[in-house]
Design a protein around this ligand. Structure first.
Ligand code: HEC
Length: 175
């Protein structure tokens, strides 16, 4: 009986509680949802059409990224993207895109959904390809006169591709 009356009391008080909500946040617009709700898989599935080259990427980097990530990807307040002074096996290790990230496709995905950290979503797909190309160039993974697109980005073999253990592996064959 006590439980029943408690339940009834709760039901009666729910609309009152809703009125007392702190009214934090605001509904996400469809434009925001579109920016966030896009997945790119490691094999490149989900990469958009478009392309961008290192030279354009350098200019975009200077405009949108340098303030936090430093000249040529290091020496800034945010994570180093290039120019490691130590290797992965040093203590502490120096993790950058070129020596740590296993897939170039993830770099595109990460930048598209979260960078620049103060204005995510501001770059269009061609600009994202360009800035990705520039970061890959800074890491010595493509040459200065190259461009990247969905196809070329998917086949870049990152140096640390095999440096991770698959914790979701079900059998030896899944490696
Ligand atoms: C206002 C500062 C700021 C700007 C501007 C900015 N970033 Fe970042 N970036 C950060 C911070 C802070 C992190 C670390 C975030 C974290 O670890 O969650 C980060 C992380 C990253 C990473 C992941 C690095 C790693 O190894 O974990 C990449 C890649 C990256 N940024 C690329 C870019 C690119 C490309 C641009 C320009 C288009 C950019 N960022 C602009 C602050 C910034």
């Amino acid at each position: 009986m006590f439980m029943l009356s408690m339940s009834i009391m709760l039901l009666i008080s729910l609309p009152v509680l809703a009125d007392q909500s702190p009214n934090l946040g605001k509904p996400a617009s469809s434009a925001i949802i579109e920016v966030w709700n896009q997945d790119i898989f490691i094999d490149g599935r989900g990469l958009p059409t478009g392309q961008g080259n290192v030279i354009d990427g350098e200019k975009l980097y200077q405009q949108y990224c340098l303030a936090c990530h430093g000249v040529e990807g290091s020496g800034g307040s945010a994570e180093e993207l290039a120019g490691a002074m130590h290797s992965l096996t040093d203590n502490p290790p120096d993790k950058i895109i070129g020596n740590y990230w296993p897939y170039a496709t993830t770099l595109f995905d990460f930048v598209r959904r979260s960078m620049p950290i103060d204005q995510p979503g501001i770059l269009n797909n061609n600009q994202l390809y360009a800035v990705t190309a520039y970061i890959l160039y800074l890491n010595g993974l493509i040459s200065r006169h190259k461009a990247v697109n969905a196809k070329t980005l998917s086949i870049i073999k990152m140096p640390n591709r095999l440096g991770f253990i698959n914790v979701y592996r079900r059998s030896e064959k899944d490696d």
